[in-house]
Design a protein around this ligand. Structure first.
Ligand SMILES: Cc1cc2nc3c(=O)[nH]c(=O)nc-3n(C[C@H](O)[C@H](O)[C@H](O)COP(=O)(O)OP(=O)(O)OC[C@H]3O[C@@H](n4cnc5c(N)ncnc54)[C@H](O)[C@@H]3O)c2cc1C
Length: 410
């Protein structure tokens, strides 16, 4: 197994960056006043204002037209299936170059790994149903959200209260989903609900997934959940009140939905790890540059050993994270079992970026706290990565359980 990046992955990364520089950055520049500040990005309810949604749609659809938006979709969904190495390399590069998420770049030119776009979860749909929705999703015209979590069920997903009851050839779903990325804007939701309470209580299945059109009577997305100091955002709550969904919109076998969901979440864990790695490198690039030019006591601060140690500690962190991520991605591309490894990589990379970001702010002194350099925004984003797709504690639980079951060969 080679740890070098294949030339076709490098070429694809270069093409994507060229597209962003040529077509997306000019749109950003032309709309600087609108995009630069949360006060113009969001309305009073915390949703993106219509002009921002229109720009995001324009970029998304152009990215799809050029074939970037579907790069990581499975081949049987009509995607390019470039694999884990490619997806982690591209995510890392995007965050290293552009820093904390930019409104028209990271989750727009490429969809989030499993919550939107040609997500692997869609493979669980019956082929005829998939055929109805595929083109709209692949073209970026329609967007998705992935609804597993609830107010009382996050780490403990089996505690979910949303119920789906069979009525003839349909299911009737009732419940509340919370923390759902893209829920305020999505056209469709992948909803997971209890279909057999006894099995779910015994933690032996009993959960089924469904593709739900967000315009179906009974669906409402009443609120945006604002996180980490933002005035609005992409995460929201939505409710389902006796929502009828045809049985041919079921995601996989009845009562076996958790396996479908977890398959998606694993892709998300890897994506957050790659994002953390890129973000850490973005911050260290800034800190290294600043340490060479900022002078105190007559010399650049890079000559003070305390600063050198912070740079070196960050380099060690990044090197270790990168090695872990590359090895794990390679093993995924070789269809190897990586349950524990994905958890190790997710926990390590998302915790690593917090340490690196903190040191890089420290190296910048007062400048590190200004909004201008966006390090404080990077710090907020870094902190967020430790919660979604399984907290650090849940990753450690998985690692330990795999180890105790003899499934982790270090
Ligand atoms: C920005 C953001 C986006 C999100 N996007 C989505 C999405 O698109 N779709 C979706 O379905 N969900 C989404 N989530 C939800 C996310 O997956 C959950 O927040 C996460 O799994 C944690 O669940 P919780 O918030 O209920 O915390 P809890 O499960 O209540 O955990 C609280 C604390 O207890 C700890 N804990 C829990 N159980 C154990 C244990 N057994 N051992 C040790 N410690 C434990 C946790 O680690 C944590 O520190 C998102 C969350 C955020 C913040």
């Amino acid at each position: 197994m080679q740890l070098t990046i294949d030339p076709d992955i490098e070429d694809m990364t270069t093409s994507l960056m060229r597209f962003i520089e040529r077509e997306v950055i000019p749109i950003e520049e032309a709309n600087k006043a609108l995009l630069a500040d949360d006060r113009s990005l969001f309305d009073a309810t915390g949703r993106y204002v219509p002009e921002v949604l229109a720009l995001r749609r324009k970029v998304r659809m152009r990215s799809a037209e050029l074939g970037f938006y579907t790069l990581f979709g499975a081949a049987d969904l009509g995607g390019s299936e470039m694999g884990a190495r490619a997806s982690t390399h591209i995510q890392e590069t995007l965050y290293r170059r552009y820093g904390p998420a930019r409104t028209l770049i990271q989750t727009v030119v490429l969809p989030s790994p499993f919550t939107n776009g040609l997500t692997p979860v869609l493979r669980a749909l019956p082929p005829r149903t998939l055929a109805r929705y595929r083109e709209g999703i692949a073209s970026g015209d329609k967007t998705l959200c992935f609804a597993l979590s609830e107010p009382d069920a996050g780490s403990d997903v089996m505690a979910m209260k949303t119920r789906a009851v069979r009525e003839g050839d349909a299911w009737v779903i009732t419940g509340t989903k919370q923390w759902i990325t893209n829920a305020p804007y999505a056209d469709y939701a992948m909803v997971f609900a209890v279909t057999d309470a006894q099995q779910a209580a015994k933690r032996k299945g009993g959960i089924t997934g469904f593709l739900v059109d967000m315009r179906t009577p009974g669906v409402a997305a009443p609120s945006v959940v604002r996180v980490m100091g933002h005035l609005g955002g992409e995460t929201g709550t939505f409710t389902l009140d006796k929502v009828r969904v045809a049985d041919d919109h079921r995601l996989g076998a009845v009562d076996q939905g958790l396996a479908v969901a977890i398959g998606g979440v694993s892709a998300g864990r890897l994506g957050l790890a790659a994002m953390s790695l890129g973000l850490a490198q973005w911050a260290l690039d800034l800190a290294l540059g600043y340490a060479k030019v900022r002078k105190t006591f007559g010399v650049p601060i890079a000559q003070h050993q305390a600063i050198q140690f912070m740079l070196a500690d960050s380099a060690m962190d990044i090197y270790a994270a990168k090695a872990m991520l590359q090895k794990c991605s390679l093993r995924i591309d070789h269809q190897q079992d990586v349950v524990a490894e994905i958890s190790m990589v997710k926990a390590f990379c998302t915790e690593m970026v917090g340490r690196v970001m903190d040191r890089c702010i420290q190296i910048h002194g007062g400048m590190g706290l200004t909004n201008e350099l966006r390090l404080e925004e990077g710090m907020r984003l870094a902190r967020q990565t430790r919660i979604p797709d399984g907290t650090g504690e849940i990753q450690r639980r998985t690692i330990a359980l795999q180890m105790l079951a003899g499934k982790l060969d270090l």
